[in-house]
Design a protein around this ligand. Sequence first.
Ligand SMILES: NC(=O)c1ccc[n+]([C@@H]2O[C@H](COP(=O)([O-])OP(=O)(O)OC[C@H]3O[C@@H](n4cnc5c(N)ncnc54)[C@H](OP(=O)(O)O)[C@@H]3O)[C@@H](O)[C@H]2O)c1
Length: 327
Amino acid sequence: MEGGRRLVIAGGSGFVGRALAVAAADRGYEVVVLSRRAGVRVPRARVVWWDGRTRGAWVKELEGAEALVNLAGRTVNGRHTREVLREIDGSRVETTRVLGDAVHGCVVAPRVWVQAGSLAIYGDAGDRWCDEEAPLGEGVPVRTARRWERAFAESPTPRTRRVVLRMGLVLGREAGVLAMMARVVKWGVGGALGSGRQFVSWIHVADLVRVVMRVVEDASMSGVYVASSPEPVRNAEFMEQLREVWGRPWVPRVPAWLVRCGCWLMGTEAVLALTGRRGDPRRLEEAGFTFRFPVLREALADLYGGGERRGPARVGVPGPVWAVKVR
Ligand SMILES: NC(=O)c1ccc[n+]([C@@H]2O[C@H](COP(=O)([O-])OP(=O)(O)OC[C@H]3O[C@@H](n4cnc5c(N)ncnc54)[C@H](OP(=O)(O)O)[C@@H]3O)[C@@H](O)[C@H]2O)c1
């Protein structure tokens, strides 16, 4: 190992992985990204090919690594045909299983494995707060999220500390879902979706990266954590704030049937827009983690403050990587 502590990011070529690679490299880690795409480039990282299903030369990157972060998975943003659903599930379960096998086979296993998960596991949870203890929901996205966590829980890696992050909607200029919503707002049809009462649990990508670095470096943290800001908002408010940041006027609510048509036209699933949950990052707060962007207005201002003319998002994390509340 040339660069000291190694942090391996499976599926690190995407939106979250790129932000994490920069932040980890800034903190002195040698960053290795596992990608299925030969030749893909990730700033500040060395990219190593894997197929996401079988062991190969990539396995040696885990030997003696400080941390493994698994972000791999086909996006859920798309039309959920049976075949796509099989791929969404398979891309999560198979990558997790083969990583588990690889970690198990290490002479010196990674100290910590941080696994992406999703708040979708709580289903359409209405107004109740969803902390780590909250009951899980029902439906297709829930089944995917449960299989993903089960594959992780079943991995035979007793020498490695393990953390699952149930992530809310990650906000960043490069985020696919937010870009889609911004497009809708700019078209002038960014009213509240459906009833507008469903909660959107969100997290600024810079905070998510700080969460990951915190759990990597804090040996006292393990198990499940809700990774979303402490102030989720209803969809109506989320859309209103998006309109505000893009300087668009009020528009009427979009009824659920129209959302379904719109989602179909945009090649995505209405369930992603019409259902919601109210994430409560109780365990992160108990661990003393403080969010740099607890409030949506500030998060959007940071990302879009200069409107369309502004340059790429600041996903790197300047200054201290996290601020720890002293209790
Ligand atoms: N962004 C969010 O709002 C959000 C919210 C909750 C949970 N999550 C989860 O967090 C993880 C990271 O999110 P992200 O926004 O960074 O996702 P992303 O941009 O879509 O990146 C995910 C990465 O997974 C890899 N991948 C895609 N299909 C795969 C397959 N069939 N087999 C193996 N690897 C595959 C890709 O890497 P290569 O093509 O280079 O192999 C891709 O770069 C994802 O698993 C996502 O589901 C994200």
